[in-house]
Design a protein around this ligand. Structure first.
Ligand code: GAL
Length: 418
């Protein structure tokens, strides 16, 4: 009897495996390796496997994905790219222009993407009017994450402006806590700088500086002010921050070592994975001075050209499932983001996600929706690389001068366009 059971199990295993092979494989490159991110990518993997396809994981750790992009380039140049890769914003156009990406129009038509996606999102996912990538979500970058218990212990007020932030930080430090948890690496520094820049420039000048690359705004007085505040914030992070990943910083807020973190809402994925509830264990609010603004980051998978017919089917299946309501709900609840489809009910989402959707819709109407430069949504890799260098060098040099930094920023951005 036992033997019989065993061989039946072996048969099931063998056939599930060969069915998956027969139904094709999708290799997916991503950098979703933190607790919340891994839960979210697990949703995608499980849903694809439930349809009988095979998922080949190609994860390259590192917040923001610069390590992942380096690996992707090597694979693509050697003629062996994965089926799908997390590529975002203007880079989608660059990869399509080089002829690597496949046309997803048939899937898009069958699945009604044009009816489901906001026009702005459609544009980002298309090259010359054809879909080459599929979006997963909408992340807001300009968030402040707060541990209210630490504020209580320090008798400090949760801040909405930079002066309030510095006043709170003083009390928090005096009470023996770290005011701001920070993951000190070039991407983390740039993500923090973006929130400060948005607060000082406002959406119009932010766009002029980081989308139009306007020299006058890049080195203008508002940018100098942004660098001045950015420098001051350095006093409110701890000396162990260099080299720290963003999710480790989030855990400092979760476990009450630090009072705050400024980070996109993938940080919420960490709170959720730790079983924490907004409004009770933590608070989410716009980064100081950015109320009403929405710094937009969309995760998307660009699809590469493949030869194997079964693998192409698997790739199409992956693309199709990403905009289905169930995936959008379960994935985004784990990821900390909101659905990229604005027609879905937000009832089962938490208070932060509901606030994010509200802010997204309002900011889209008011012209306060801006592409996040720190998350590769505004510029070419070359321009972002230059911005990142200036920002991170400034932040890590105690003697650096804000006025000089703004000038360097303008020069560096110009040099990247030559
Ligand atoms: C962003 C990405 C997010 C999140 C974050 C940290 O660039 O869009 O999904 O993963 O990096 O890794």
């Amino acid at each position: 009897m036992k033997m019989l059971k065993r061989s039946a199990a072996a048969l099931a295993l063998c056939c599930a495996a060969s069915m998956a092979q027969a139904k094709g494989t999708v290799e997916v490159l991503h950098w979703w390796t933190s607790g919340g991110e891994a839960r979210a990518v697990g949703v995608l993997k499980n849903m694809l496997e439930q349809e009988g396809y095979h998922w080949k994981d190609f994860a390259v750790a590192g917040g923001g994905g610069s390590a992942a992009m380096t690996v992707l380039k090597t694979r693509a140049v050697s003629g062996n790219p994965p089926a799908a890769a997390q590529i975002k914003g203007p880079s989608i156009q660059e990869w399509a222009k080089l002829g690597f990406l496949t046309n997803l129009d048939p899937v898009a038509k069958k699945e009604h993407w044009n009816q489901e996606l906001p026009p702005l999102v459609q544009k980002i996912m298309q090259y010359k009017g054809h879909y080459v990538a599929v979006p997963a979500n909408v992340h807001r970058v300009n968030w402040l994450w707060v541990n209210p218990e630490v504020f209580k212990k320090a008798d400090a007020q949760i801040p909405h402006t930079w002066p309030e932030f510095f006043a709170a930080a003083k009390k928090i430090k005096a009470a023996g806590f770290i005011p701001l948890a920070h993951g000190g690496n070039p991407w983390g520094d740039t993500t923090l700088f973006e929130a400060v820049a948005l607060s000082q420039l406002g959406p119009d000048d932010y766009r002029k500086a980081f989308v139009d690359l306007d020299q006058n705004v890049l080195e203008g007085p508002k940018m100098v002010e942004a660098f001045t505040i950015f420098k001051k914030i350095h006093d409110d992070i701890d000396s162990n921050s260099p080299g720290r990943q963003w999710n480790m910083a989030t855990h400092m807020v979760i476990n009450g070592k630090a009072a705050m973190q400024i980070m996109g809402d993938w940080a919420k994925g960490e709170f959720t994975a730790a079983g924490k509830v907004p409004g009770k264990d933590y608070e989410c609010l716009p980064a100081p001075g950015t109320q009403g603004d929405f710094s937009l980051n969309i995760d998307s998978l660009a699809m590469f050209q493949l030869k194997d017919k079964a693998d192409i089917k698997a790739q199409d299946a992956l693309a199709a499932l990403m905009l289905q309501p169930k995936f959008q709900r379960v994935f985004n609840m784990a990821k900390g983001s909101i659905p990229v489809r604005t027609d879905l009910s937000m009832k089962s989402f938490d208070a932060c996600a509901q606030a994010s959707m509200k802010a997204f819709k309002a900011a889209s109407k008011d012209g306060r929706l801006v592409p996040s430069f720190s998350q590769s949504m505004a510029d070419s890799d070359a321009v972002l690389g230059q911005i990142t260098d200036v920002v991170t060098n400034f932040f890590n040099d105690p003697g650096a001068d804000p006025k000089k930094a703004a000038h360097q920023l303008a020069v560096a951005v110009k040099s990247a366009q030559l």
